[in-house]
Design a protein around this ligand. Sequence first.
Ligand code: FAD
Length: 485
Amino acid sequence: MSASASGVFEAKFVIVGGGIAGVSCIETLSFYCQTESILLLTESPIIKAATNLVALGKSLTRFDIEQKHASTLPANVQVVTDRLLEVDSHQKIIRTAQQNHLIKYEFLCICTGARPKIVDQINATNQKYILGIRDTESVCDFEKRIQNSRKIVIVGNGGIASELVYELKNVAIEWVVKDKYVSQTFVDPGAATFFQTRIKNKSAESSGSSSQANRPRLIKRMRYTEDAEETVKKSGAALGPDWHTLFNLTGKNEDLPKAVHIHYQTGIKNIDINPICDDQFPVRVTLQNDEVLECDFVVSATGVVPNLNFKMRAEQFRFGPDGGIFVNELMETSISNVYAAGDVCFAGWEWAPHWFQMRLWTQARQMGAMAGKSMAAKYNDQHIYPDFCFELFGHVTQLFGYQVVLLGKYNGQGLDNKYEALLRVTQDKEYIKYVLVDGKLQGAILIGETGLEETTENLILNQLDLTPYGDDILDPDIDIEDYFD
Ligand SMILES: Cc1cc2nc3c(=O)[nH]c(=O)nc-3n(C[C@H](O)[C@H](O)[C@H](O)COP(=O)(O)OP(=O)(O)OC[C@H]3O[C@@H](n4cnc5c(N)ncnc54)[C@H](O)[C@@H]3O)c2cc1C
């Protein structure tokens, strides 16, 4: 590895992006290539690493996200803090935006993540009232605004919107979801109903009948600390889990009785500005069903798009249908010696029957590790196979205070509604759903502390015919693990 005063750097492996994908790529690379030069180019010196990994099954892992300073990376990793401007794949060189550094590479891995999609109705007049949440900077902005807000509109039905609805206090929320039920990205209508108590409790809390401190929290998931000074100054890195616990998400509304009002199966038609006068909300949101909502500002949490904020000078990437960089199962892009991993890429290989791509920490970590392994193998002239983790979709998260484990085709994805669902629900405790086709388990949702993760994973992977067990499979009086041990 060499660096000169003229801003010319050179490394065998160059990784762009210090999120989960980039860092897990570097960790894997430095394990396989301990003496080779590795360079991380990242916008922020604060990087994200997966720690405290707990294996809940063969491919299902729960982990914490820790924010670290990039200087904690292994000794053979050099860090350049700047933004990638341009890739010249013929010269095998990249250029940075701020300091105009040139970085020569032999292998390059792009892990620039994704950025939030903002509602289409944004324009020069209303843009300062519409916020997308992605990185520390955007949450700092959100935190400042929420403290002076009485009512906001949240648009979107994924994890971020659900988390916000659950975590915000003293602010009335108009939640606009395009679907028939909430949290559709992650769960089914049954589970959404299961969550209703938590949403209703939230309304009660905000109207003063219950306190935040009394709210049941089944699990304390991931925690990390963040340097306040860095937080204010640095943007770029996506947030870690439990990001909301680091910020004060309390509004100033103590009067409006019902905190959460959900508008199903609609979207935004228009966002206009009210002429400001004392008692009025500054923003008027017209929904597609012509209902008009007034609010202090709008949070747009409608998903993400791959972050391609740099130019390609020589060859162009092949892209997937979602605009992500097309990669094969070894994380190779269409350009020789250039890899991509995490939210920025599109998984372009033929997916295993129970796997699909979803832009989540779990997959960012798995893809990053695969890219590291793959680059090391190519460098060492070795042959490798795709990782086992791409055999089965698995994700552990938290929604409305519950641990939520999603496995395989948990929502009947791609099954064309031709499946049978077995349910076991204990209100306020657990929600278990098995998705079966011809008696074989295709996917599952496990909400609460079910202890069924590993057995369920095995049942999906083995494709055992469960017909002989009938409904016993989820009978609360029968320990299904005993069946299969
Ligand atoms: C608010 C929020 C909540 C979320 N909640 C969850 C959740 O509960 N569970 C879950 O699994 N997932 C969640 N996600 C999704 C998760 O954050 C992403 O899937 C994951 O961070 C992707 O990792 P990544 O490494 O691909 O990208 P990122 O984490 O976005 O990292 C990209 C990195 O690239 C850097 N970068 C970007 N462009 C450049 C450039 N041109 N030059 C140099 N560096 C650059 C950035 O600074 C950053 O360090 C959430 C996302 C958000 C925004």
